[in-house]
Design a protein. Sequence first.
Length: 556
Amino acid sequence: MRRVVVLWVLLIFVLTACGEAAAPFGATSVPATPSSTPTLLPDGTRVLIAPAPFNPPAVDDEQRLVMTGSTSGPVTLDPALLRDAGAAFLARQVFRGLVRLDNDLQVQPDLAERVEISANGLEYTFTLRAGATFQDGTPLNAAAVAASLDRACDPELAGGDGFALPAAIYLIDILGARERLAGQADEIAGIQIVDDVTLRITLERPVASFLFKLAGSPGWVVDTNTATGTNWWREPNGSGPFKVEQLKDDGSIVFSGWDGFWGGAPGLDEIVIRGGVDALQPLNQYEAGDIDITSVPFYAVDRVLSPSDRLHPDLVVVEQLSTTFITLNVGAAPYDDADLRRALLAAFDRRKVAEVMFDGKVRLAEGLVPPGILQRDWPAEYPAVDSRAAAAIAASGEIAQRPRLFEPGGGISSAFRQVLLRDAGLEVDAIDVEWPVFADLLTTGRLPACVLTWIADYPDPANFLTAMFRTGSPDNYMRYSNPEFDALVDDAEVEPDEARRAELYLAAQQLLIDDGVLLPLYHDVDYTLVKPWVHGLTITPIGILSLEDVWIAGSR
């Protein structure tokens, strides 16, 4: 997420070696604008009205969904601290915000039933659902929402460094949020409690993607009276459709449906996520009928793609809004040398990753931004594959430090090492690390270079470009800083014309390539098996978002 580099729940795990080779990839269609169609009032105000909730049918079958998770479990489910998509998937079942992304990746009111956007794009007025409560019955009113948003910007959550919080990306556009994150204010000036069910948010400047950002985890509402200490999230007083009944250290989790949710009781009474050793060999568990959903491992992709395979009818294939790429830390030797960065990346034929390593089962990345965002492609220009510059650097013997490339899994980094040694005589250390270690090194800025998978939290170029590479962004793990890049993405954030906005983001993306900061490799494709008795489940280009509309019907 913002942050997510590796997914935690196997259900939405990034299949770093999956994709459909049988047909050419087509563009993933996602919204060009961050909302469903609003009503335009005579004064220019735009109004979003929440759609009627879906109520799963009443059936006699046991409403219990079983899937596998990880062997260790999430680091946190605190919405203000989430940095990976797997944990966000779990937390989204327990917490909700003013708005959400629906299964078409459109913004819809959630805890709010109505959103009014002023003609100048600076004021957002939210009318909350009357009678909404937290799971213990505590009123979920405007004051509770304001307190939760303020908490997400509290620098004490990050040891005093508010700009290390996800809110520094997702809520930074709110007037006064910057000062709150910096510890210069005790509250956020741009959040106003109008009355018990009305909240007004004023922005520093009109931002096209604000509602997308507000739908992110820092905007999910927690009960600040109980969200204290370090482990409160293990037994949270949630605002969403499911309660946490059990959360073990090995990753085993049990959710129960909450009938007090504003949209009505969810279709499922219970969700069981197996952890620890019980999460191993999920495909075997699926075939045995022990779990209801699983991602398909690479070795089984060709098999399940075959119409003759018995699992083929259960297969769901969705191109993901994610990109896997090599990225270099410009603040760490030897990658602080721009010429060396460009030479190393030019020596590696990025096309071979998708075409050879993954046998065409992933989509070659033409840019960092996945195709389909803003309903367009995002191609960048690359230098011709050429190892001569890298060979010259190797021959000179003047490298300050042997290049290192980190990766959880190690496959791409090993190929990179082999290619540089074979074609340029340059030695590169490929370092395979476990995900928890990788995540810690990444988020603390200690990785000199890595292979990274970034999954969109919302379908907008800002989620890839601004979030990861703007100066000062908490997700700028490679410490990149370029005033020209910053100006481009800042201008794009406030540009009302969509075509011009895309031009600005394309130019910013090209700067990253030209500066030798990254080398896009591929966009993932998610292959998931879903049992026929599971109904109402949607897998979106950013994974499974919610489970309250899912129900079980039919023979197990």
